[in-house]
Design a protein around this ligand. Sequence first.
Ligand code: SAH
Ligand code: SF4
Length: 381
Amino acid sequence: MQPEKTNLLGLTQTQLQTFFTELGEKPFRARQLMKWIHQCGLDDFEGMTDMSRALRARLAELACIRAPEIVSCHTSDDGTRKWIVRVASGSCVETVFIPDGRRGTLCVSSQAGCALDCSFCSTGKQGFDSDLTAAEIIGQVWIAVKALGQTADGKNRAVTNVVMMGMGEPLLNFDNVMNAMDLMMDDLAYGVSKRRVTLSTSGVVPGLHRMIGRTDVSLALSLHAPDDALRNLLVPINKKYGIQELLGAVAAYMDSLPDTSRVVTIEYTLIAGMNDSRQQARALAQLLRKTPCKINLIPFNPFPLSDYKRPSAETIRGFQRVLLDAGFNTTLRKTRGDDIAAACGQLVGSVMDKTRRSARYKAAVDASAPAEPVRILDRVS
Ligand code: SAH
Ligand code: SF4
């Protein structure tokens, strides 16, 4: 049997240098290869004209450049695009591109499904299937950049921001997510600034500690509740790592960044009658008084299997007002592009979960007719 070829798409610059050194080649080959793969969008070695024929043939024998398979691609009238891609386990995950003036944000998945089962999240309701490899994570960027026509000279930059807010909990797939984010920020690959790559977590405290010294990307925390009792209900991982411990870990990471002007983004999904009262807004302001942050309010997006509702516009505005009056920079995530079904944090994909949750999910989807159009969220960071 032929040995499995190494997929070079997911290797960082350092890993590629090791790969070439082991082949008896000079490490600078890594730089050449990265430009071909990530900036020119090549997925075969033939076109890599600055390498000898012999080296190209050797690479083709030992290695490949393989992005996940595109199952479908949808474009909204407002330019929002969604790709459904199949990963090695057979499950499908989603990637969403949201243009907003000069900004283009790509929402990337880190796992097929999610084990954390937050009560308001459709990904969580499907259970967990598998971690994505670094190649499957960066492959989503590779696919988007290629489809959007971003040129190698960087003049036509389509993807200016990346948010790890697709399917999955990024800190539970730590190494692959870190390596993929290294590639996003590498000037020989996508050159996205560290401020514009955002990792969103539901609160995996050990993962936050591991980030210190390993990365310097921006951080978003999915808080969603001002106290432990309610957060235990909405975000079950809170039973393991309570709010105070979590805010401590967030502070430790933010303090590890040399640039003191950077702040954590607090994500707060507003669910009618659960966490949307003015009193809860005041409690949130009190809780965050020592956390330099900006707050992003996300009106809940309904989906099958959930009885939760989105609060009225008036309630949402009232909640925001309390936070603004308390001095917090507080933004409201707008919705748009309801002609294709996609929303960051609400992604469905098609997960072959190991917990049998997805069977229940699919049954509920089939039973709910006609499905309410799912809106795409913009301004994700
Ligand atoms: N697992 C990570 C990243 C993916 S979720 C995390 O939880 O942070 C990205 C964001 O979308 C999170 O803030 C999540 O809480 C939010 N979200 C999930 N389901 C949602 C829904 N139905 N409506 C609105 N926001 C939702
Ligand atoms: Fe997982 Fe995030 Fe969804 Fe929670 S909100 S179930 S952590 S993807």
